[in-house]
Ligand binder design. Structure first.
Ligand SMILES: Cc1ncc(COP(=O)(O)O)c(C=O)c1O
Length: 364
């Protein structure tokens, strides 16, 4: 058996006619930049997420930049986040000249540990960026409590992996001051290239981010802010307009796949550490990640029998070369360090079959 990790080709085959027609329509109209499809998508994203404003943009990294620029995060400011995430979360903080301040993760959810945040808050702290890792939102109530105590603090949710996840019934795009997402092809809702979006319920922030993604312009060739070229291509919006219609179904299927993995594992492998989703939250299951002690050997053996795996992420950010200047050292964030040694993602997409799960578990 040869198993596909994300199964994008199969997904394309399901929606082929509609997606190809939507792409062709843009090609025929030549409205490549900010065409009608972009506004149409933003309206649908607002309906889907419940957030008042959805502003699409070039990718999930630029979404983080737009969010921080809208909140005036600048050199000298500190932004608290987790070291156990994709580089973009902290890279964008540093890119704006601010300082990423890391806080270790919770051992069960792998999200930022809210109990360890307060000791890191200083007069320079402007924002906290929790990451909804593997698809599950962090403990937003605890962060909102911190906001009450420290009134200047803002919350930006890095929801690159969690589009459609929920926290006490709200989507994680509808939480925090600003929430971001990525439409990178392998994300739960992926387009056919790069794409992303920011969400907020604050009209002023929404308008500022709309302007920032268009070089900070207020009207054509008049620039209120220093912004960026951060638009979503019309072609990507056209693809997403089709895929969003089927997304609830895809999410439900991912949920089913995760459930099947969980029950298969519980019977046969009681010693593995399985994913844990907190009460009151749902995951978008961007990844189904387990922890094993002998990861490297296991990955190699699984590859030999046609089972692809991946590691998200093998090195926590405080140990990355680019962040040496921050002065962290090994041992500073022990949970992130252990988890990065043991974590391994199994094939996850809406279409993993019962036979594939049986084959994966059997071989494991
Ligand atoms: C947690 C997290 N943040 C940000 C990003 C950046 O998204 P993009 O690749 O669309 O720039 C990713 C993408 O992998 C991510 O996983």
């Amino acid at each position: 058996m040869k198993i596909d990790f994300a199964n994008l080709q199969y997904q394309h085959s399901l929606y082929k006619e509609e997606i190809e027609e939507a792409i062709l329509k843009v090609a025929r109209n030549c409205n490549f930049i900010m065409g009608n499809e972009v506004q149409e998508l933003e309206k649908s994203l607002e309906e889907f997420t419940g957030a008042k404003y959805a502003v699409t943009c070039s990718n999930g990294t630029d979404a983080l930049l737009l969010a921080m620029m809208a909140l005036d995060i600048k050199p000298g400011d500190e932004v608290i986040t987790t070291p156990f995430t994709f580089i973009a979360t902290a890279e964008t903080i540093a890119f704006l000249g601010a300082t990423p301040v890391f806080v270790d993760i919770d051992e069960k959810t792998y999200n930022i540990d809210p109990n360890k945040i307060e000791e890191k808050i200083t007069s320079k702290t402007k924002a906290i960026i929790p990451v909804s890792l593997y698809g599950q939102p962090a403990d937003i109530d605890a962060l909102e409590q911190l906001k009450i105590k420290h009134s200047k603090l803002k919350i930006i949710i890095d929801g690159a992996q969690s589009f459609g996840s929920t926290y006490n019934g709200k989507t994680d795009s509808n939480l925090g001051d600003i929430s971001t997402t990525s439409f990178f092809p392998a994300k739960p809702l992926g387009c056919y290239g790069d794409g992303g979006a920011v969400f907020t319920n604050d009209e002023e922030l929404a308008n500022k981010m709309k302007s920032l993604r268009l070089h900070g312009q207020s009207k054509r060739y008049h620039h209120k802010y220093i912004g960026m070229g951060g638009r979503l291509d019309t072609i990507q919006a056209a693809v997403l307009n089709v895929k969003l219609q089927y997304y609830s179904k895809d999410l439900a299927l991912r949920q089913e796949v995760a459930k099947k993995y969980n029950s298969a594992f519980k019977i046969k492998h009681s010693k593995l550490v399985l994913p844990f989703v907190e009460e009151g939250r749902t995951s978008a299951w961007a990844q189904y990640s387990i922890r094993v002690k002998n990861r490297d050997e296991l990955q190699e053996k699984l590859k030999e029998v046609g089972i692809p795996t991946a590691v998200h992420y093998p090195m926590p950010l405080h140990l990355q070369e680019c962040f040496l200047y921050l002065g962290y050292k090994k041992g500073d964030f022990p949970i992130s360090e252990v988890v990065s040694q043991e974590i391994m993602s199994l094939p996850m997409n809406p279409y993993v079959t019962d036979e594939e799960i049986e084959y994966i578990i059997g071989n494991l």
